[in-house]
Design a protein around this ligand. Sequence first.
Ligand code: ZN
Length: 134
Amino acid sequence: MNISHIEHIGIAVNNLDEAIPYYEKTLGLKCYKVEEVSDKKVKTAFFMVGQTKIELLESTDPEGPIGKFLEKKGQGVHHLAFAVDNVNKSLNELDEKGVRLIDKTARKGAEGLSIGFLHPKSTMGVLTEICGKE
Ligand code: ZN
């Protein structure tokens, strides 16, 4: 497995209409896309910081994963995503190394990337995503 960089940092927010102006007007970043991922019950907003993105996550359903996270922990860092060349190959490798996987095989995430999540119980508490073009 070859991690090239941090692809994005996912941050759970109560409200994109409130969060986007903070990132744009206060921090001076530019929101280049807002995308709804309906099967994950989430609306996302993306900002570029060097080659790393900030992915804001607003829940569209209290029963969805971000809805539950916000309910339990409130707003804040939700997950860290590493860029790899091949997501399925990396998931297999991690599986062999004994890492507990949320996704056994890659699935489609925001921005058309292949993604897979590792369980925080195996990653010192950090919900970790690996993502890539394949
Ligand atoms: Zn993500």
